[in-house]
Write a protein that binds this ligand. Structure first.
Ligand code: UD1
Ligand code: MG
Length: 477
């Protein structure tokens, strides 16, 4: 029988060393709150629920959590979240006490911290398995410099000797401080036993706090087995206390993403200059140059090439497309689609609802928003296409724009197939440029143009013969 797991996430602490008005657990790693990484992990563990202990900035943290659950697609795909407030904060044992009314005795309580974002699901599953509803299971590791951490005190020298207690650094003797095995801050404990042990805590210690770690000695006294599940990868249990540590863990996380993609065959010019803040799915023979940032959900088809310094969010880029350097793509909620073999950039901007067919060319300083461009359409220089439908093989001249906004409402521009729009045109929407039309450079088009026509809408040229330019007055006159 599978024993249900209830996750308790401690997130009441102040995070003084962040020196920030934002509660620590809401600081972002890879574009998401630290706490979201932890609730995500709980969800992937198929935990029954997560109880978040809030204190400092409680209302803000709770509101942000609700948002995260919605982002995950609601309770079905995410996890049931509950909150327990801890005010004031009297220690980690006191924190878990606040969750007790929300925990059922048939389960295992898995204690996590909202500021420890990189724990692997498999590690937590192994810890839960070690607990098995009967033992107190501690996640531990050996550190070259264990200072500041709770030490794992064992009955003997052997690594397998019985665990007797966790002693906090500030309470430890010199001999205990020499112990290099530390408690990670993560434990799995049968809830029915936890309830009894938490009732026995006191704060007679160096920090005058109710230490969760004191339950180890109660387990030993009660004859309950205490098992240490040792890991060697410190990043999995590393917490964020300062901007420096946040940046360090960001790099660890990004290196993991980069390595995983390279193992799938993606060629990264430099894995140290590559950031994924969401999910990036790549086909075969994808190449990504330096300093690219991928946000939200991005899919790159076979053979896609991304130049240096591109920011790409919520977009699907089909096979063989080339995104030249310094291109900014953000699909937000509507998404952006780039068709097969398209050439985008350098310095292009694709905004929500840009849907480009195959072999579309979007050049430098061209902005596309909520517009569909059919196969082979080109807008190569300094242009704006907003709220537009553009047919096949259209050539959209330099400096031309769709005037889609009348100050109150947005309107659509339709440019049918094989149209040639000259340079510096203004297409005042709503307007339709008929199939095969030509629009002369510098035209302001306010009326539909019949198929196959040439439209020129600008002042006629006047040339005055033998024109003499004014000359400068002589000095003193
Ligand atoms: C704790 C452990 C220590 C372990 C270390 C690993 C205890 C007594 N000690 O120490 O053995 O080696 O973690 O990092 O548990 N929190 C609350 N309410 C409180 C106090 C803390 O929510 O009243 C939260 C903090 O915000 C933080 C987490 O609990 O997320 C851990 O608290 P912290 O004070 O950092 O624990 P340490 O003293 O480092
Ligand atoms: Mg502390």
């Amino acid at each position: 029988m599978v024993i249900p797991v209830d996750v308790v996430i401690m997130a009441a602490g102040k995070g003084t060393r962040m020196k920030s008005a934002l509660p620590k657990v809401l600081h972002q790693l890879a574009g998401r709150a630290l706490l979201a990484h932890v609730t995500d992990c709980a969800a992937r563990l198929s935990a029954r629920q997560a109880v978040v202990i809030t204190g400092h900035g409680a209302a803000q943290v709770e509101a942000a959590c609700q948002g995260m659950v919605q982002e995950q697609g609601g309770a079905e795909s995410g996890i049931r979240l509950q909150f327990a407030r801890q005010e004031p904060q009297l220690g980690t044992g006191h924190a878990v006490q606040q969750a007790l009314p929300l925990l059922a005795d048939d389960g295992i309580t898995l204690v996590l911290s909202g500021d420890v974002p990189l724990t692997r699901v498999a590690t937590l599953q192994a810890l839960v398995d070690a607990c098995d509803g009967q033992r107190l299971a501690l996640l531990t590791l050996s550190m070259a410099d264990p200072s500041g951490y709770g030490r794992i005190v064992r009955a003997g020298e052997q690594p397998s000797a019985q665990v007797r207690a966790i002693v906090e650094h500030k309470d430890a003797s010199d001999a205990q401080r020499a112990i290099r095995e530390i408690y990670s801050g993560i434990m799995a404990v049968p809830t029915r036993l936890l309830r009894g042990w938490l009732g026995r805590l006191d704060n007679q210690n160096a920090q005058k706090e109710y230490y969760l770690t004191d339950i180890v000695k109660f387990a030993v006294a009660d004859g309950v087995a205490v098992v240490a599940h040792r890991i060697t990868d410190a990043a999995q249990v590393a917490g964020v206390n300062s901007p420096v540590q946040l940046a360090e863990l960001e790099r660890v996380y990004q290196r993991q993403q980069a390595t995983a993609l390279m193992e799938q065959g993606v060629r990264l010019a430099d894995p140290a200059r590559f950031d994924v803040r969401g999910t990036l799915v790549c086909g075969q023979d994808v190449e990504i140059d330096v300093n690219c940032v991928f946000d939200g959900k991005v899919v790159l088809g076979d053979g896609v090439c991304i130049g240096a310094n591109c920011c790409i969010a919520n977009a699907t880029i089909a096979a063989g497309a080339v995104i030249h350097p310094f291109t900014h793509i953000d699909g937000e909620k509507l998404g952006v689609q780039v068709g097969e073999g398209s050439l985008i950039g350098p310095f292009a901007r694709l905004r929500p609802g840009a849907q480009l067919g195959a072999e579309v060319h979007i050049g430098n300083f061209v902005e596309v928003k909520n517009a569909t461009l059919a196969k082979g359409a080109k807008a190569n220089h300094l242009a704006y296409l907003g709220d537009a439908t553009v047919g096949e093989r259209v050539n959209y001249g330099a400096g031309s724009i769709t005037a889609n906004y009348d100050g109150a409402n947005k309107h659509r521009t339709v440019i049918e197939a094989d149209v040639h729009i000259g340079s510096n045109c203004v297409l005042v929407a709503p307007v339709t440029i008929g199939v095969g039309c030509t629009v002369g450079g510098g035209s302001t088009i306010t009326k539909d143009t019949p198929p196959g026509s040439l439209s020129v809408a600008r002042g006629r040229q006047v040339s005055i013969a033998n024109w003499r330019r004014p000359v400068k007055n002589k000095a003193g006159k």
